[in-house]
Structure formats: structure tokens, C-alpha cells
Design a protein around this ligand. Structure first.
Ligand SMILES: NC(=O)c1ccc[n+]([C@@H]2O[C@H](COP(=O)([O-])OP(=O)(O)OC[C@H]3O[C@@H](n4cnc5c(N)ncnc54)[C@H](OP(=O)(O)O)[C@@H]3O)[C@@H](O)[C@H]2O)c1
Length: 254
């Protein structure tokens, strides 16, 4: 029994803790992009594998018997590399992906297929004062927008883009409350919020605040996950690991 856990989401960190508590031998893998990643128990490695072939080699050489892909809902490549790398290595793979947010009564949501589509949508919906909460690596499509004020909210400071401009950068770390999000939207007189549909509880308060204030929200759709087994929370992922590693004739983990 040996699990390779691709982390990068809150659920990934939660699963690392659950597996550690159960004594399941696990190596947790991080891309290495976050400057101060959350504390993780047990063995942690950092950095890419060198594509699906590299991942397959790591799985085989490391004697891994299961792969859990708990990367972020907006990880574009890793879920596909995980699927093909696991298939090459002959190791079962699970995608752990929390559910997306869905609009409710009173929401003024506009659906965007990706960040570029969201940027194109802003002038079309009549946005004048925009709060961007998309992650600092995905700001580029918004840099050249004219005729509107852009406020960026980011965990880490964001330098002004070349040839473009941000009105203001607000640095803050989730979780956020409805009160603080309402205050932010009001202070900057925001009429349009741009968000990825991350589905995270820690950042959902902005949607409640936007609904109450009548602020429109441009919601960026997630990339399509690859086919194959998928669960929505860490507890279900733990059950999958236990089922896979038990197999016929294996002892229970407890
Ligand atoms: N918190 C957030 O808002 C947020 C948003 C997006 C992404 N993320 C996290 O940040 C990381 C990178 O994001 P991205 O959009 O650049 O991902 P990506 O496009 O899916 O991955 C790019 C490359 O980074 C390497 N990689 C990604 N996740 C890895 C992991 N857990 N362990 C080892 N290597 C990993 C892989 O390199 P090789 O092909 O060489 O193996 C992958 O091909 C991911 O782990 C993701 O979960 C966080």
C-alpha cells in the first residue's frame, strides 16, 4: 500500500491528513508554485514529474499502488497527465474534485468559458468598476481592458502588467466573511465581480455579498475533468483508497 497524492487544493491537504492519521504510507506532491504552502503531514515532494511518462516512472519506481489527483479545480494539465501517467504505470487513479458553485435566486451570473471569454464579456455586459478575483497567474487577459476600472484581489502582491494597468491591488488571504466581502464591494463601488468557479467554501462569501448588493458576477467555468472515477470530498477519497488497497485477500487498513 503506497499512495501518491497530487495536492494543490484544500481537499488535497485534508486527504493528506486523513491518510496520515490512518497510517497509510503516502507521498504528497506539490507543484512548488506557492511560496508558503500549507503545512502537510508525512513525506512531501515538490516539482513536476516531467509529463505523463515521468509520472509513470515515479509511480513504478516508487512502488506506488494508487494515485489520487487532488489538484485544484483550475489545474489545466496535471489531471490529464495523472490519467495517462497512471494508465501507463498500471496504477488506479482517482480525481478528487469539489463540486462547483451553482447560481441561486437573486444571482446575476454570466457564464464564461475561460479567462479570455470573461475579459471579452466585461465590456459587453456594461461593466464599469470590476473586482478581479481570478488568481495572479490568470490576470493577463484583463490587462488591456479599456473604459473600466479594475481592482485586483490577490493573496500575494501583483505587479502592474506591461502596457496595461490595475486601478488597485488589494492583498488578502482567505477565508473571507460576507461582511468583509460586502465592505470590499461597497468601498470600491464594484458593479461586476469576476471569479473562477472554484467551489471553495473559504471564498464563497463574495457570491453572497454580490447577490445582496445586486452586483453582477462573471463566473469562469472549470476545465473539463478527464473521464474516470471522481469523488467530491476527502472522506470519499479515503474510502476509495481503502477499497483499492484492500483488494481481494488484503487486510483492512485499520
Ligand atoms: N489555489 C489555487 O487557486 C490554484 C489554482 C490553480 C492551480 N493551483 C495548484 O497549483 C499547481 C500548479 O497549477 P497549474 O495551473 O500550473 O497546474 P497544471 O497546469 O495542471 O500543471 C502544470 C504542471 O505542473 C506540474 N504539477 C502540477 N501539479 C503538481 C503536483 N501536485 N505535483 C507535482 N507536479 C505538479 C506538472 O508538471 P509535469 O508535467 O512536469 O509533471 C504539470 O504538468 C497545481 O498543483 C494546482 O493544484 C492552485
Amino acid at each position: 500500500v503506497r499512495v501518491l497524492l497530487l495536492a494543490g487544493s484544500a481537499e488535497g491537504a485534508e486527504l493528506a491528513r486523513l491518510l496520515h492519521d490512518r497510517g497509510v504510507p503516502t507521498v504528497t506532491s506539490l507543484a512548488g508554485r506557492t511560496r508558503a504552502p500549507a503545512e502537510l503531514p508525512g513525506e512531501v515532494r515538490e516539482g513536476g514529474f516531467g509529463g505523463p511518462m515521468g509520472l509513470a516512472r515515479t509511480l513504478n519506481r516508487g512502488g506506488f499502488t494508487a494515485l489520487v489527483d487532488a489538484t485544484h479545480p483550475f489545474s489545466a494539465r496535471m489531471p490529464h497527465h495523472a490519467t495517462s501517467g497512471a494508465a501507463i504505470a498500471g496504477v488506479p487513479r482517482l480525481r478528487l474534485l469539489r463540486p462547483p458553485w451553482t447560481p441561486g435566486p437573486g444571482d446575476r451570473w454570466h457564464d464564461a468559458g475561460d479567462h479570455d471569454a470573461a475579459a471579452r464579456l466585461l465590456p459587453a455586459v456594461g461593466a464599469r468598476r470590476v473586482l478581479l478575483t481570478v488568481g495572479r497567474q490568470d490576470l493577463a487577459p484583463f490587462a488591456a481592458l479599456d473604459g473600466m476600472d479594475l481592482v485586483v484581489r490577490s493573496i500575494e502582491p501583483v505587479p502592474p502588467p506591461e502596457g496595461g494597468r490595475w486601478g488597485q491591488v488589494v492583498t488578502a488571504r482567505p477565508p473571507f466573511t460576507v461582511e468583509s466581502e460586502t465592505d470590499l464591494l461597497r468601498t470600491h463601488a464594484i458593479d461586476t465581480l469576476v471569479t473562477r468557479n472554484s467551489g471553495a467554501a473559504a471564498t464563497a462569501a463574495k457570491l453572497t455579498a454580490a447577490r445582496a448588493l445586486g452586483v453582477r458576477v462573471v463566473v469562469i467555468r472549470r476545465p473539463q475533468p478527464p473521464a474516470g472515477p471522481l469523488v467530491e470530498d476527502a472522506a470519499a477519497a479515503l474510502r476509495w483508497v481503502e477499497t483499492v488497497v484492500k483488494g481481494p485477500g488484503r487486510r483492512d487498513l485499520h
